[in-house]
Write a protein that binds this ligand. Structure first.
Ligand code: EPU
Length: 420
């Protein structure tokens, strides 16, 4: 197993190009199942989750090639079974359910199982697909969905903590080939949902309202092949922005979408971080002393849960007390006990982390538990005195393209080593 060795204390300086978004490319890859014609996806990030989704599509019968940031898929003939051994490894793979149902009128996909960041039910996905005509049963750990006719209908996707991102993707992908009109209420508004809708539209789907809580889909008889460029990853951008601020550096993010980062930039600004936008470039600079800010994670356009761990590190470096409240995933504080090993003073009170910031961090071996927790540990390691060893970095490779190379280009002393 590999780990990252980070010698802390170097401010990050320079430019970093933001990759295509992981959470956009995965459902877009799944959407290629909706047509027998070839599809081309550009600006695909080189991530293990992408390789993995490629394997799932291959296991369903599609021809897949992934090279140099371009994914080509042709799902000429496919089967309906998404195997447990594949699906359980990546929760995002549940988004094959909607396209299989849309294309084949039947799907049999393993339930994805638990996840380190908390329970991840799919009740809303299933309710939504049932509302457009699917008959759904759970048998032997598999979701079996059948729909001799997909009829369209009114679907409400508001859950306990708001809308569901992949649930919205699944219903959208089921509805594009249904008869009649589907209206999704309380749809997720994330930019990744809009990117998927853009790809489906390029394939011939009729979708309006993506990016708002009401999405209307008018079913069509069939979809054709399409080409699409994936949108830039707003979570990767936010991670490098926070790393720049944390290390007292100055970093320009190239090829990003600052308009997708309002909530993060607003909080960084309140904390005293300077940012400057020029089109798709965003320069982030630590001005003077940081100020503590309270943060609550919310569905888009609120502060993203996927940036909560990284922001917690920034507040751990900021003198004063801040409260970070997690409203999307209940167990998403796995990074806190590892940050404590570096010297951070953080207490968990229910859904909140109370951060008493400003304590010096010193390097230590730490264990990555999930993707964003790992990113937080890397940022902490970039600041901590001495050497930090972030173990189990396969989590990072799921969602950050060549993070060690990108950080080295910004001046960081980071090395990837085989764990002793
Ligand atoms: N929920 C339900 N029922 C459902 C579905 C979701 O109660 O049927 C709840 C969840 O338990 C959670 C909330 O609704 O409390 C939101 O979950 P959502 O369905 O929106 O999450 P997701 O679609 O499974 C995607 C991203 C996550 C990201 C979340 C929230 C992908 C592949 N994953 O997950 O990304 O945190 O949206 O924005 O798109 C990551 O990249 O590190 C990551 C975990």
């Amino acid at each position: 197993m590999e780990s990252l060795l980070i010698k802390g204390g170097v401010p990050l300086h320079g430019e970093v190009t933001i990759s295509g978004a992981k959470n956009a490319v995965l459902p877009i890859m799944a959407a290629t199942l909706l047509t027998s014609e070839p599809c081309v996806i550009r600006r695909a990030p080189d991530l293990s989750d992408v390789t993995f989704m490629g394997q799932i599509l291959t296991s369903l019968g599609a021809q897949v090639s992934i090279a140099g940031g371009t994914i080509r898929v042709q799902a000429a003939k496919i089967k309906e079974v998404g195997d447990y051994e594949l699906v359980r490894k990546m929760r995002g793979s549940i988004c094959i359910l909607g396209p299989l149902l849309g294309r084949l009128r039947r799907a049999c996909v393993s339930l994805p199982g638990g996840c380190i960041i908390g329970p991840r039910p799919i009740d809303l996905h299933l309710k939504g697909l049932a509302q457009i005509g699917a008959k759904i049963t759970i048998e032997a750990g598999y979701v079996r969905a059948r729909a001799p006719r997909l009829t369209g209908g009114e679907v409400f996707l508001g859950g306990r903590v708001g809308p569901t991102v992949l649930g919205t993707a699944n219903v959208m992908m089921g509805a594009v080939l249904a008869e009649g009109v589907t209206i999704i209420e309380s749809a997720a508004c994330e930019p990744e949902v809009v990117d998927l809708a853009d790809f489906l539209t390029a394939m011939g789907a009729r979708i309006s309202g993506a990016g708002s809580p009401t999405i209307t889909i008018t079913g069509v008889k069939e979809l054709h092949g399409a080409e699409h460029e994936v949108l830039p990853d707003r979570i990767e951008a936010a991670t490098y922005a926070i790393a720049a601020a944390a290390t007292k550096g100055e970093v320009t993010l190239l090829g990003c979408r600052p308009d997708h980062l309002h909530a993060v930039l607003d909080k960084l600004h309140d904390a005293g971080v300077k940012t400057e936008r020029r089109g798709t470039a965003l320069t982030v600079r630590r001005g003077g002393r940081l100020k503590p800010v309270d943060v609550t994670t919310l569905p888009y356009a609120g502060f993203p849960t996927d940036v909560q761990a990284q922001m917690t590190v920034l507040m751990a470096l900021t003198p004063g007390i801040s409260v970070i409240t997690e409203r999307i995933f209940e167990s998403r504080f796995m990074h806190v006990s590892e940050l404590a090993r570096l010297g951070a003073d953080i207490a968990i009170e229910g859904p909140s982390a109370i951060v008493r910031g400003g304590k010096p961090l010193s390097g230590a071996p730490v264990m990555a538990s999930d993707l964003r927790a790992s990113a937080a540990l890397v940022i902490a390691g970039l600041v901590a005195k001495g050497t930090t060893q972030v173990k189990r970095i396969y989590h990072l490779d799921r969602g950050y393209e060549r993070i060690d190379e990108k950080l080295r280009k910004l001046g960081a002393r980071v090395e990837r080593v085989e764990e002793p």
